[in-house]
Design a binder for this molecule. Sequence first.
Ligand SMILES: *Cc1c(COP(=O)(O)O)cnc(C)c1O
Length: 422
Amino acid sequence: MSELYSDAYALAQDAADPLRALRGEFHIPKHGGSEQAYFCGNSLGLQPKSARRHVEEALDKWAMEAVEGHFTGQAQWMPYHELVRDPLAAVVGALPSETVAMNSLTANLHLMMVSFYRPTRERPAILMEAGAFPSDRYALESQVRFHGLDPATDLIELQPDEADGTFSMQAIERAIAEHGPRLALIVWPGVQYRNGQAFDLKEIARLGHAAGALVGFDLAHAVGNLPLRLHDSGADFAVWCHYKYMNSGPGAVAGCFVHERHARTDRPRFAGWWGHQQSTRFKMGSEFSPTPGADGWQLSNPPILGLAPLRGSLELFERVGMQALREKSLKLTGYLEKLIRERLPDTLQIATPGEPERRGCQLSLRVVGGRERGRSLFEYLATQGVLGDWREPDVIRISPAPMYNHHADVLRFIRTVERWPQ
Ligand SMILES: *Cc1c(COP(=O)(O)O)cnc(C)c1O
């Protein structure tokens, strides 16, 4: 029996973890009186305790000041989205002027495509991954149709070339070379939601641009999970949500990046008053004049109650930084991987790439024996307070989030699988 498997080892790792205190900043759901082992940060991150304070502050301000709340105090509502701008830009590696919190992920994807998917007769097509998150596929397909084009020819879905549905960089490169002259846009994930594969965004943007296409990223599973350098990646735009690894609550206000080179673009966009030049917004003129940068894509005055938890979450990201989170994440997910290979090879096969640089914190685990057996294990884990999530037909996703998961959680997962009566 390896020493990794002992309580002493797990506890010593946690005691030596410089981020161990962060767990105390979160509400950990209970199961039968004790804390769950929660591995669903890829789906809904846990609630930072500070979220309530920020929401209550907004509620109190509304109760006591009503319309005046737009203009008073440090957290006045008029520029409220600016409170999150700098820490959010740091999380995604962008300039503050390239970053905005607004709307939801899918809405932002549509807004970005209005500006950055401009099909022509020569270049009508979008390249995306086959097996993308359905909302992304629906959005892209509907945009192709919106332009009067046919998804059968103009929405190109690249099939994975590796076992477990992952992509080699060579396959992406070949596809861009093959379809390049017809491509208007490439939309690619930062981390694939089903199998957890992480991609070299800079390389994909480079290849796409060299082929004459624009490049946008969906970072739903990458933000707060991996250190990102969006500005340096050269991407034209990116979108993401804040309820997964960003811990900002169900349906939280989402994020959007527009590269500096498009800050003053005259591309078409769908406009709203919050994207208008701040200096003249309240002159209420009839001509739209966009404010430079990502802010120029805003439509509406933001939902303050929806943005409030993001402030609490970003305070934690600001305190520790993505680099330290990634260092811990490499250890934690590496620990999970080693224990699965050592203890559970007859039960679980890892479908996520084995190279740490090709994944974030999530491991997608295929249950040997198929769907029935998989469901049975998944349900047993839940009865024991060990929460992963299920992906048809036979995959359990386990995402140790470095913000709040400990080595002891990982060991508990392994032991619970071993105790599964089958
Ligand atoms: C979570 C997720 C979504 C969800 O979209 P919403 O607009 O936030 O409901 C979309 N795309 C991907 C890739 C996701 O992981």
